[in-house]
Design a protein around this ligand. Structure first.
Ligand code: PEP
Ligand code: MN
Length: 401
């Protein structure tokens, strides 16, 4: 065990290999940051996490629908009160549209107040012969292509905490008790950066149960869901509702191992499986997975991420997605679950409340040629506000078919 690991309790956690961790230059500085996070106020409460788990149990039972969405990568600069408000209002409006269309209560969860770390397909990026670490989210390094910006800085984990706290305060202002209209709203992000997540884990003195207190729901990404890896070990040790992303190559045996590891008691609402297969594959690869899980593991919450399997590069070099592919994957997801008698439990989306031009299609249409007008994402392309509301309306319609 090296020095930086000793501090991250439970110590066994990081004995397991952790994928997608930055190459932090200074283990002592990282260790100080984890200590400091451990001494700061928690961001969410065990009671709130339990409430979300109860709501997700209704989703698993087919009695509610989950809407989870927000930026691919939140940035510190983007966490203005206005931008947070537009994002939250977009999600709440979508929830209303979906609830009306589906005639089901909608559980609204933001990808918000913690989505500052990103897994990357390459650890390094090369430009004009210069090789530097890839951008891994504002909690790790800066986007500018310079040695100074791209060197991972553990101090950014503290800035992530402060930005999450500010964002959450704004969310609570907009949706909590003193808000003009109180609407239930939960937070979530990918539990990627283990020093951040471990630093913000707490044991509830009332019950002795351990929670990740950085957000209500935490999920494990497609690249970090190794059943014997550190991310699964971390998630297994907390009582929050947790999600796992599953791509088209997900092996049913791995998925069953994940269910056993993360939800051994089959607690309703504890585990959400977020499938991201791609519009072209969802109808082929999802059925055997759903059948195997239904046969051996009982009911779980199935949610569709129609974004991550549908990314391509435009001729001008922008990473983008087609609105029609996004909708088509959702349609395929509904078809599969209906055919198998399981509940299509929800949507997991990358979206913003701004009028960006990052995904093509929708009304008014963003075209391949107009992507450059407002392409602002720090990572993957997001549905803009109009596209997000159009998708909610279309999915609401699906329920009537
Ligand atoms: C994401 O949600 O931004 C992401 C990286 O997804 P996945 O883990 O499914 O690739
Ligand atoms: Mn993404």
């Amino acid at each position: 065990m090296n020095e930086s690991h000793a501090l991250l309790e439970p110590p066994a956690l990081l004995d397991r290999p952790a994928a997608q961790q930055p190459d932090w230059p200074d283990p002592c500085a990282l260790r100080e940051v984890v200590d400091e996070l451990a001494a700061r106020p928690q961001l969410v409460s065990p009671q709130e996490c339990d409430r979300l788990r109860a709501r997700l149990a209704s989703v698993a039972a087919g009695e509610a629908f989950l809407l989870q969405g927000g930026d691919c990568a939140e940035t510190f600069a983007g966490a203005t009160p206005g931008a947070v408000e537009r994002k939250v209002r977009t999600l709440l409006q979508m929830a209303e549209v979906l609830a009306a269309g589906m005639d089901l209560p909608v559980v609204t969860v933001g990808r918000i107040a913690g989505q500052y770390g990103k897994p990357r397909s390459s650890a390094m990026e090369t430009r004009d012969g210069t090789v530097l670490p890839s951008y891994r989210g504002d909690a790790v390094n800066g986007m500018d292509f310079s040695t100074e910006e791209r060197t991972p800085d553990p101090g950014r984990l503290l800035q992530a905490y402060r930005t999450a706290a500010d964002t959450l305060a704004r969310v609570r202002e907009l949706t909590g008790n003193p808000a003009p209209v109180r609407q239930e709203f939960f937070t979530s992000h990918e539990a990627l950066l283990l020093p951040y997540e471990v630093g913000l884990s707490r044991t509830d003195p009332l019950t002795g149960r351990r929670f990740g207190m950085s957000g209500h729901m935490l999920w494990i990404g497609e690249r970090t869901r190794q059943p014997d890896g550190a991310h699964v070990e971390f998630a297994a040790g907390i009582c929050n509702p947790v999600g796992v992303k599953l791509g088209p190559t997900a092996d049913p045996a791995d998925v069953l191992a994940l269910i056993d590891g993360l939800d051994p008691d089959r607690q309703p609402g504890r585990l959400t499986l977020i499938t991201r297969m791609g519009a072209g594959r969802v109808r082929d690869v999802l059925p055997p997975l759903v059948e195997r899980v239904a046969a051996s593991a009982g009911p779980v919450t199935w949610v569709c991420d129609p974004m991550h399997g549908n990314t391509f590069s435009s001729p001008s070099g922008y990473k983008t997605r087609r609105f029609d592919d996004v909708l088509d994957e959702v349609v395929g997801f509904f078809e599969v679950h209906r055919a198998l008698g399981t509940h299509p439990g929800g949507l997991h989306l990358e979206l913003t409340g701004e009028a960006v031009t990052e995904c093509v299609g929708g009304t008014p249409a963003v075209t391949l040629e107009s992507l450059n007008q407002r392409y602002e994402t720090a990572c993957d392309p997001r549905l803009n506000r109009d596209q997000a509301l159009e998708l909610a309306a279309a999915v609401g319609e699906l329920a009537r078919l």
